[in-house]
Design a protein around this ligand. Structure first.
Ligand code: ADP
Ligand code: MG
Length: 697
């Protein structure tokens, strides 16, 4: 049992602010608790002797409760929580609204609440919460209209309204829950805490949630990674589009992170992300009831040609593949199916199939070791007993221990069959695509639970030198650094070509003379971010031209912006671009997930090509390697069209070293190495640009 087990299984619940006043939240919570709760309910209110016939105590200290539900007005709510803490209550649900979601006064109140919670080490849900439920003790400590039915899903939601809507619907569908939490403003307990708790709870089969934002992205990833080794997590996150994100931030005072960070972060966490509420429950039901497939090859058995094609299309759109049957299976099908049927996948048993033929076909398919899971897809006919087909499906799926999704199409005719399927935990859908998608989620989870996470490599780096280089922004009006911070990369072991910054044409000549062959010259100015855009990069300058090139670069910078601060000109060794690929490695700090690493095809067209991939740092070697494999241009790195392959391990190492740098220095807000030229002999960081927050150094 986890640390929050008492929160979900208290013996005595005190309702602070309990009242009989019709239509009030305090009354609704009392009604809900009194109706079902296995334990004792104690109303706390100095103004009453009793509430709903239960003797009322005037202060929480007299309640001897292990959970306090606080519904008093905002002005006295923090004090009520303090008294609860003082009297030894460790678990508190703050229903009261008027905190961080309402403006600066509320935000200050929320800070106070957090301090009190810290002082007394409280497990505090909310504020601005609908409450919590736990079917283990039949506790409905919410002001919603309905209690949950018992089941194996534990459900957290950032929207209380969503909980009431879901419960109304779920009760109709006989979908049950273990614990339900309305997260509210998440002043203390957040999604990571509940994920951890439910991961430790043997009665929770699946964790599901609706989130608008994630508080501590990295903490959530670490918690979820552990939990998803044996308990699946499925989440819908709203605020996917920009318009949605704005709505989310004004909703619960959450600053929603960019969708990229979420997409990546949730994927790294091993969370299955649902696109809709329907998908959330489809996946969760499948995950809660069916065994995991050993492979992702699906067999479709149907008596209806058209829907069979629909299901096949859905498999094409999913991560699953159509199973190809063994020769033996094909022979057996030929012997058992009429000539007008189809023995290849999707298997068509033909519309006149009775129960025996259907059952036979399913048995033959499940018996094939090339089949990981199956969809039983049927339309009602006069010769088919749906309930019997359901019983056969249940029997065979259990016999072969392979997951099966049912798609018994129809309305009233399906009902007796649906009952049989539901009792056996086989999800049944009208739409073939939903059946396929939920099997897809199951197979995704099979991969997730088999994942092994390795630790990020710790490279030997010069942290102090890096700190000093970053501190250069302190005295400056500007917090951006360019190639003048190239040494930062050296300090973290990222290879850079030889180069120096000079402030006179004659110094430029001297440096160029020391460098073998032609050089590259670049304007160095915090006011010129994209040097090429103003002609501020000269590639392949011969020694004779260095003087003029210097003068020209300065003139261009002056013409572009007369008052630009010009640090000088960088004279840099040439990197062989012909044998290399220009890549980009970068980082952007997300408000919730922290450092978001980017890798992609680089150079001056990076924004146009947008061939990039992301990971939340710090990354392990395996993750850095994945990044180099998953961009569309990955074949370029592997050596396309007779070119020698680039040194990909050096790219992988650079990603990891950058990951370490941005993890070590939260002061780095964003950073681009573009290009990082990857050649067959290694990598060279040719250009760097970053933004630093001096206050965090
Ligand atoms: P910016 O991104 O500000 O325009 P860069 O330093 O990235 O400036 O240079 C722009 C382009 O010039 C690079 O993408 C690369 O193609 C080329 N380039 C820059 N430095 C070198 C170098 N040392 N050797 C070869 N090519 C270079
Ligand atoms: Mg560049």
């Amino acid at each position: 049992m986890g640390e929050l087990s008492e929160l979900f299984a208290p013996e005595t619940v005190a309702v602070v602010g309990a009242t009989e006043r019709e239509g009030s939240v305090g009354r609704a919570i009392m009604d809900n608790l009194v109706a079902d709760f296995d334990g004792t309910v104690v109303p706390v209110n100095p103004n009453y002797d009793e509430v709903l016939g239960i003797p009322c105590v005037s202060d929480i200290g007299a309640a001897d409760a292990d959970l306090a539900v606080v519904v008093v007005p905002p002005k006295i709510a923090v004090e009520a929580v303090r008294q609860a803490g003082e009297s030894g209550v460790r678990n508190v649900v703050v229903i009261t609204a008027g905190f961080g979601e309402t403006g600066s006064e509320g935000a200050a109140r929320e800070r106070e609440l957090r301090e009190v919670a810290e002082q007394y080490d409280l497990n505090l849900v909310g504020p601005n919460s609908l409450g919590i439920m736990s079917t283990g003790v039949d506790m409905n400590a919410t002001f919603g209209p309905e209690n949950a039915q018992p089941g194996g899903m534990s459900f957290m939601s950032q929207s209380g309204a969503f909980i009431t809507a879901v419960l109304d619907w779920a009760n109709d569908q006989d979908i049950g829950f273990r614990d339900v939490v309305s997260l509210g403003n998440k002043a203390v307990l957040d999604e990571a805490d509940f994920v951890r708790e439910w991961g430790d709870d043997p009665e929770t089969d699946v964790v599901i949630g609706y989130l608008e934002g994630i508080e501590e992205g990295r903490e959530f990833i670490d918690a979820a990674r552990e939990v998803t080794q044996d308990t699946p997590i499925v989440l819908v996150k709203s605020g996917r589009t920009d318009a949605g994100a704005q709505a989310a931030s004004s909703h619960t005072g959450t600053i929603a992170g960019s969708d990229e960070a979420y997409e990546t972060g949730l994927e790294q966490a091993g969370v299955i992300r649902a696109e809709s509420v329907q998908e959330l429950f489809d996946s969760a039901q499948m995950l809660g009831s069916q065994p995991l497939p050993e492979q992702d090859d699906v067999a479709i058995i149907t008596n209806a040609g058209g829907p069979g094609v629909m299901a096949t299309d859905a498999v094409g759109d999913s991560g699953l593949s159509m199973a190809s049957f063994s020769d033996e299976t094909l022979d057996t099908f030929s012997e058992n199916l009429p000539a007008e049927g189809n023995i290849y996948n999707p298997v068509d048993v033909v519309g006149d199939a009775g129960n025996d033929r259907f059952r036979n076909a399913l048995e033959i398919a499940l018996d094939d070791e090339n089949v990981g899971c199956a969809v039983v897809l049927s339309a009602p006919t006069a010769v088919l007993d749906y309930a019997q087909l359901a019983r056969d499906t249940v029997e065979l799926s259990e016999e072969f221990d392979k997951p099966v999704a049912a798609c018994f199409m129809g309305g009233q005719r399906v009902e007796p069959a649906a009952e049989v399927l539901k009792d056996a935990g086989i999800p049944n859908y009208f739409d073939p695509a939903r059946a396929v998608d939920s099997l897809d989620a199951l197979s995704e989870y099979a991969d997730i639970s088999a994942r092994e996470y390795d630790e990020p490599t710790e490279f030997d780096v010069d942290r102090e030198a890096a700190h000093e280089i970053l501190s250069a922004v302190k005295g400056r009006g500007d917090n951006r650094l360019g190639v003048e911070a190239m040494d930062l990369l050296d300090a973290y072991g990222i290879p850079t070509p030889h180069g120096e910054i000079v402030d006179s044409a004659t110094d430029a000549e001297a440096i160029a003379a020391d460098i073998e062959g032609d050089v590259v010259m670049k304007i160095v100015s915090p006011d010129i971010l994209h040097k090429s855009d103003i002609g501020g990069v000269k590639v392949g300058v011969s020694d004779d031209d260095v003087y003029d090139a210097y003068e020209d670069l300065i003139t261009r910078a002056r013409n572009y912006q007369p008052d630009a601060e010009i640090i000088g000109v960088q004279v840099q060794e040439m990197v062989d671009l012909d044998s290399g690929v220009e890549t980009i490695v970068g980082m952007n700090r997300d408000p919730q997930f922290g450092p978001l690493l980017l890798f992609g095809l680089g150079g001056i067209f990076v924004e146009i090509l947008e061939d990039t991939t992301f990971r939340v740092a710090p990354v392990a070697e395996s993750e850095a390697k994945e990044m180099t494999e998953e961009i569309d241009s990955a074949p370029l790195l592997r050596g396309a069209r007779g070119r020698d392959p680039a040194d990909v391990p050096a790219v992988v190492e650079t990603i990891q070293r950058l990951s370490q740098l941005v993890t070590d220095f939260p002061a780095i807000l964003e950073l681009d190495i573009n290009p990082l030229v990857a050649t067959p002999d290694g990598v060279q960081a040719v250009d760097v640009r970053l933004t630093v927050d001096p206050d965090q150094l």
